[in-house]
Design a protein around this ligand. Structure first.
Ligand SMILES: [Fe+2]
Length: 133
């Protein structure tokens, strides 16, 4: 059963979809069941390059993945900031030549973030951190 804000990927064409209204038993693309993208968390070198992090600079707050390459071949496609109750989400998409960061200065509440790398797929914050306590 699908759940709100889950991300699914087609292994054949690479299509990625997000669940906005949950309840389907399965999502199908190219005639095959789509694969649920698990949110990866770890503190290995690969995890450190991918886990979204918090930063404050010049009086503003950001979620970023600045330790990751941003080349045409390997880059962060998007960062999504989500409220933990899944009632709000905000997605920012990036081109390979951009800095992967989201200004969250005006966000409030109990939030977390995920990012999607075109090669290493979906990553969450390293711990179940809240953006605002
Ligand atoms: Fe990556």
């Amino acid at each position: 059963m699908t759940e709100k804000l889950q991300l699914y990927r087609c292994e054949i064409c690479g299509n990625i979809v997000q669940v906005l209204s949950e309840g389907a038993d399965a999502l199908v693309c190219c005639g095959e069941e789509m694969k649920l993208l698990d949110i990866q968390h770890d503190s290995t070198e690969l995890g450190e390059k991918h886990n979204p992090k918090l930063e404050e600079k010049d009086g503003r707050k950001y979620v970023h993945v600045k330790t990751h390459p941003m080349t045409k071949e390997h880059y962060i496609e998007f960062i999504q900031v989500q409220s933990k109750d899944k009632k709000e989400s905000c997605t920012k998409f990036f081109n390979p030549d951009e800095i992967p960061e989201v200004d969250i200065t005006n966000f409030s509440g109990d939030m977390t973030a995920v990012e999607y790398c075109n090669i290493h797929h979906l990553w969450g914050m390293n711990e179940e951190r809240t953006i605002y306590d």
